[in-house]
Design a protein around this ligand. Structure first.
Ligand code: SF4
Length: 570
């Protein structure tokens, strides 16, 4: 899991929501990636209602902070997350960026979020956002783009960068949304950070302090790798001029002292109540063809074990609940040792979802011993052949073996994620999902008889949203009618089967996400209409031609968004 854009994770011992379409924005083991449950159905953004109404003062009182960040400094920055306090503080990336900013000399940092009763002001001093020098957004999910504009509105800041004056804050956006496709938000943003916060933030903050004149600052940043400056890097038609380079952490960055990202605030008001998160590694040993992470974060690199254990020691002063996160958390070669270290200190541990090859007793047993009762895996399809074509050559027999191992270790509940709409998918492939679910259920049932208690089997289905910079970047998404037909087949196949909870995706949300993933600068108008309160159906109807072109059609001409290259990760 990744400091610059990952965030919320599904932990194996927590019962969370189904993977939303946005999970595919990064990985799909994905499921590591954020998938927080919307409090209410909303096409545009996953805003949670659960903590709406709690005052900023009460939220701050309920926090335990390992370090205090000062709001005072020569440069005043507010770091925000375009979703609720609950979602924001479940995000390791958001917390880490706040921490890095607060540790910078002469920089005062505060936080802001999107809850309606908190919007427009900082959490700490309730300063109007318009009075800050910089507003830095950490944004992992396309669906939250609308909230960025709503936050600007709530602060009385013009949405368009070319309508803002020098007295307005500089608007900076980092996180996966910046690297997947920054074009739809580019009319609103001064600086996009492409890559790891550790590599971009120090230089950005120094440049802002050294260069008070905004045009000169943007010109200087435009000449450097890692920044996308719409004012300099787009032509008059909104097409990118040249390529931009994304900066990824290399081995020596990961080995450096203090490099392991961790959350420094624990609070009951997150999805992982009172749990602190620690990043274990970056990248992935696999290259699943739909997965943006695998094509952008490079090969697997792990943080040194001693550095991870040092974070464990630090965080154990404020909580006994830890979460280890990564796209491939189970692939850290010393994970069993790290789990044992935590067990000896009576720390309760959770892991983000595991790759199927990591579902082995050496990892599952210590996890179960620390109280985990649920595990999440991502077969993606029930067909061995289709899975092989996804470059995920793991047979069903290995998946069922993993289910059996988890049950034997005492982990009763299983969550499985599947994608429909994969290129080349047949009706038989859809039926194979139900076969794999039936067989998994039979395994769980066998153990439930001995245990006297049936575990839950949860199947989260999502619709493929093809991502830029993956081999599927020019694939068409399913049409609404075809998605409905395939889901009908699946429902029919599972009819009458007890103990399987099926989460069916929102087609509208997947289509909107698809538009923001492959839309151009013009998509800003649709985001803007949504931020102004237009109903989702109306926005989709008003922009139908453009939405169709970016989703259910196969883009044939230059898609425009393909202008970011990743630096090697070695
Ligand atoms: S490439 Fe890795 S992170 Fe991406 S879906 Fe595959 S296993 Fe998961």
């Amino acid at each position: 899991m990744i400091a610059d854009d990952l965030a919320e994770l599904i932990f194996n011992d927590l019962v969370l929501s189904p993977k939303s379409p946005s999970a595919q924005s990064t990985s799909n083991t994905a499921q590591t990636l954020l998938t927080l449950r919307p409090g209410r159905k909303c096409l545009y953004a996953q805003t949670m209602a659960r903590h709406e109404g709690i005052s900023a003062r009460k939220l701050l009182q309920d926090e335990t902070r390992l370090v205090e960040c000062s709001p005072h400094g020569r440069l005043r920055i507010a770091v925000g997350y375009p979703n609720s306090y609950h979602v924001a503080h479940s995000s390791l990336a958001y917390q880490w960026v706040t921490r890095l900013t607060g540790a910078t000399h002469e920089v005062g940092v505060e936080r802001f979020v999107a809850d309606s009763h908190l919007a427009g002001r900082t959490l700490e001093s309730e300063t109007p956002l318009g009075n800050l020098d910089v507003l830095a957004f950490s944004c992992s999910f396309e669906l939250d783009a609308v909230n960025i504009l709503r936050i600007l509105d709530s602060a009385g800041i013009p949405r368009l960068s070319n309508e803002r004056a020098a007295r307005h804050p500089l608007i900076v956006v980092g996180g996966a949304i910046a690297s997947i496709n920054p074009l739809p938000l580019s009319p609103a943003v001064d600086v996009f950070c492409l890559g790891a916060a550790e590599l971009l933030l120090p230089n950005l903050l120094a440049a802002i302090q050294d260069t008070p004149e905004r045009e000169k600052l943007l010109e200087d940043l435009a000449a450097q790798d890692g920044y996308f400056i719409p004012r300099h890097h787009l032509d008059s038609m909104g097409k990118p001029i040249g390529r931009r380079r994304r900066l990824e952490k290399r081995d020596h960055h990961m080995a450096a002292k203090g490099s392991v990202p961790f959350s420094h605030i624990v609070t009951p008001h997150t999805e992982y109540s009172e749990r602190a998160l620690i990043e274990m590694s970056r990248g992935c040993p696999e290259k699943c063809r739909y997965c943006w992470v695998s094509y952008n974060y490079g090969r697997l690199r792990c943080y040194p074990t001693e550095a991870i254990l040092a974070r464990v020691d630090e965080l154990s002063h404020i909580t006994n609940r830890l979460g280890f996160v990564a796209t491939a958390v189970g692939d850290h070669p010393e994970l069993p040792h790290i789990l044992e270290y935590c067990r000896e200190r009576e720390l309760e541990v959770a892991l983000s979802s595991l790759r199927i090859p990591a579902m082995v007793p050496e990892i599952l047993q210590p996890l179960a011993d620390s109280g985990a009762r649920s595990v999440t895996i991502a077969p993606e399809t029930g067909s061995d052949d289709l899975r092989r074509r996804l470059s995920k050559p793991i047979p069903n027999s290995r998946i069922l073996e993993a289910v059996e191992t988890a049950q034997r270790c005492g982990i009763e509940n299983l969550k499985m994620y599947f994608i429909i709409g994969l290129p080349g998918e047949s009706d038989d492939d859809i039926r194979s999902i139900s076969t794999l679910l039936r067989e998994s259920r039979a395994t769980i049932l066998g153990h439930a008889r001995q245990r006297g208690r049936m575990g839950n089997l949860h199947a989260g289905i999502s619709i493929l949203v093809p991502k830029p910079y993956t081999p599927y970047h020019r694939e068409a998404m399913l049409t609404a009618a075809e998605a409905r037909r395939r889901i009908r087949i699946l429902r029919q196949e599972l009819k009458g089967m007890p103990n399987i909870k099926l989460d069916i995706p929102s087609y509208g949300q997947a289509r909107w996400q698809g538009y923001l993933s492959r839309g151009g600068v013009q998509a800003f108008h649709a985001i803007s209409a949504a931020a102004s309160g237009s109903a989702p159906k109306q926005v989709m109807a008003d922009y139908k031609q453009a939405v169709d072109a970016a989703t259910t059609s196969q883009p044939t001409d230059d898609p425009g968004w393909s202008f970011i290259s990743s630096a090697p990760s070695g």
